[in-house]
Design a protein around this ligand. Structure first.
Ligand SMILES: Cc1cc2nc3c(=O)[nH]c(=O)nc-3n(C[C@H](O)[C@H](O)[C@H](O)COP(=O)(O)OP(=O)(O)OC[C@H]3O[C@@H](n4cnc5c(N)ncnc54)[C@H](O)[C@@H]3O)c2cc1C
Ligand code: FES
Length: 343
């Protein structure tokens, strides 16, 4: 069975699949792998479109596929096998977006509390590798003094290679939370791996709609900073941002400054447990008028980027689907807690 893989910039390669081999396995053997993270069908990083032929899944994946928000012509390459002699799979990103994942050392420069339970970690990559990433991607961080690793989205613009800014929500009893709240100090050297993830800024002209919860703002901050740095500010931008309490609210001044650089922009804010001083919407981010904005936007020229807890992402995907927005125009990153499963 012959597999052909085509990227958004027209680059392509072919490889014959071995018996029982997944599409991702075949692509990796040929040295031209698409984006992939979990390799078990949950993260959707390896999602592609079947241009030609057919694909097949083992029966053990039935339940997982029933939950996955896939369009009929979409495929998860990490669990699908070729189901025809000739198969062509297309990815909407350029081949250059697949960057090598490297192990690097991050020097902590400062830890800054920015809200009651959010800290910003700023650092710099040391050593011979520079960190090249696409806004939206994340790093895996080895927590000093432990055997644990956690994932954090890069919040800085990609045009500042070598710099790292992470927005970390403190959770009670959390391994990373304990490190950044009590032990981390300037000069610490931390092992990291990256860049990881298929959640990234698309360069196609579109109304960009961002939906974020809490520190789900981090990768969107990276995207906005990058768009402003590149002067890509002509298209409309709408940001819906929700937090649980004021303790999770940070970055508003910079957000407003960044958004002010776009000629057509809107910011909608929600706080679930709002205090008396809160003048914006009281409720969840899903209580904001996303459906109204989606209805008035052109569905063939709208990209929705969602980042935060899995429940929020599911709700936004359902709203977008009900309005008729194609699933592949909704890009998401779920902040799944370590050891948890789900979308
Ligand atoms: C791809 C990816 C990117 C991520 N990016 C970010 C990011 O940019 N910023 C960020 O803050 N987090 C991000 N996360 C989540 C992050 O990786 C950790 O799961 C989170 O910071 C908790 O780590 P911890 O070690 O402090 O807590 P843990 O030791 O993992 O958990 C301690 C306890 O808290 C619970 N818990 C964990 N997370 C939460 C939560 N959000 N709310 C309530 N209870 C919780 C756990 O179930 C456990 O009982 C990301 C996750 C993924 C998968
Ligand atoms: S790598 Fe295929 S779904 Fe995660």
């Amino acid at each position: 069975m012959n597999c052909r893989f085509v990227f958004g910039d027209g680059e392509a390669f072919e490889v014959p699949a071995m018996p029982g081999e997944t599409l991702l396995g075949a692509a990796e053997r040929a040295g031209g792998a698409p984006l992939a993270d979990c390799r078990e069908g949950t993260c959707q990083s390896c999602r592609g479109r079947v241009n030609r032929g057919a694909v097949a899944y083992a029966a053990r994946h039935d339940r997982l596929l029933s939950l996955a928000p896939l369009a009929p012509d979409e495929v998860l390459c990490c669990i699908a096998e070729p189901g025809a002699d000739e198969v062509e799979i297309a990815f909407d990103y350029p081949r250059a977006a697949v960057r090598p994942v490297r192990k690097m050392v991050l020097e902590v420069l400062e830890i800054v509390p920015v809200a009651g339970r959010v800290v910003v970690l700023r650092g710099a990559i040391r050593g011979r590798f520079k960190l090249a990433f696409t806004p939206g991607q994340y790093l895996e961080v080895a927590i000093p003094g432990t055997d644990s690793r956690r994932s954090y989205s890069l919040a800085n613009a990609a045009s500042t290679p070598g710099e790292v800014e992470l927005h970390i929500r403190l959770v009670p009893g959390g391994v990373m939370s304990d490190y950044v709240a009590h032990r981390a100090k300037a000069g610490d050297l931390v092992d990291v791996r990256g860049p990881l993830g298929a959640f990234h800024l698309r360069r196609q002209p579109a109304h960009r709609i961002f939906v974020t919860g809490g520190t789900g703002l981090a990768p969107i901050m990276s995207m906005l900073r990058e768009l402003v740095a590149q002067g890509d500010t002509a298209g409309p931008v709408t940001l819906f941002h929700g937090v649980t309490t004021r303790e999770d609210l940070y970055g508003l001044d910079e957000l407003r400054t960044l958004l002010s650089r776009f000629s057509d922009r809107a910011l909608h804010l929600a706080m679930q447990d709002a205090d008396a001083a809160w003048t914006e919407t009281q409720g969840r981010v899903t209580d904001l008028p996303l459906d109204r904005v989606l209805r008035s936007a052109r569905s063939d020229a709208t990209d929705v980027y969602v980042c935060g807890p899995p429940g929020m992402i599911h709700a936004v995907r359902s709203t977008a689907a009900a309005i008729g927005l194609r699933a592949e125009r909704v890009y998401s990153e779920a902040f799944v807690a370590a050891g948890a499963t789900g979308a």
